[in-house]
Design a protein around this ligand. Structure first.
Ligand SMILES: C[S@@+](CC[C@H](N)C(=O)[O-])C[C@H]1O[C@@H](n2cnc3c(N)ncnc32)[C@H](O)[C@@H]1O
Length: 188
């Protein structure tokens, strides 16, 4: 965390996004980005530094996100219709180029329960892509390796043209965690 603070980031997670984007280069100037599960805001800080000015960053979380320059923060569950309406308003005309999801459920310590909840969040975020992501858009999503892993991967492959796994070095300590980078929504 000290390293993150030294660089002005609110979370160590920021380094994971930087590393993934260094290789994949999907956060481009002018992009419209939605960040799900954004608190405390490390990923949104990184996204803002890449896409602003000219782009849009909307950060969503159940908990309050302290203001980040140029980022619109929305508090609530991304699955609720009220929040959905606010997001559509924030995006203005047009859909998002990039949907980021670093969502994590509240951990109970009961492995089956935690894995099922994490997989549900991925599933909901994936469905969210259908509503707010451009057909050629990019979806970066955190997944937990475990029982539901192959089901999640199958779901991503059914919905996206290309799906690649990323395991940034900054994520090494969290051995069960990995990211999928999915591009291009398949027609329904
Ligand atoms: C690992 S943290 C995200 C860290 C963030 N990417 C960063 O760089 O600072 C996961 C977040 O997901 C949020 N979350 C979990 N379920 C959610 C939901 N249904 N809607 C919105 N946020 C949710 C949690 O409140 C938590 O803040």
């Amino acid at each position: 965390m000290k390293q993150a603070q030294d660089k002005g980031f609110r979370s160590r997670a920021a380094f994971k996004l930087i590393e993934i984007d260094e290789k994949a280069r999907f956060l481009k100037a002018g992009c419209r980005v939605v960040d799900l599960g954004a608190a405390p805001g490390g990923w949104s800080q990184v996204a803002a530094s890449k896409v602003l000015p000219g782009g849009v960053v909307v950060a969503i979380d159940l908990v309050e996100i302290a203001p980040i320059s140029g980022v619109m923060a929305l508090k609530g569950d991304f699955r609720e219709s009220g929040l959905h309406a606010k997001l559509i308003e924030a995006l203005g005309s047009g859909k998002a180029d990039v949907l980021l999801s670093d969502l994590s459920p509240n951990i109970t310590g009961i492995q089956n329960v935690d894995q099922a909840r994490a997989a549900e969040l991925v599933q909901s975020a994936m469905m969210f892509c259908r509503e707010i992501l451009k057909p050629e858009g990019v979806f970066l999503v955190k997944v937990f390796q475990g029982e539901a892993f192959s089901e999640v991967l199958e779901g991503l492959r059914a919905n996206f043209v290309s799906v690649q796994m990323r395991k940034p070095a900054a994520s090494r300590g969290e051995s069960r965690e990995a990211y999928f980078l999915a591009r291009g929504l398949k027609p329904v």
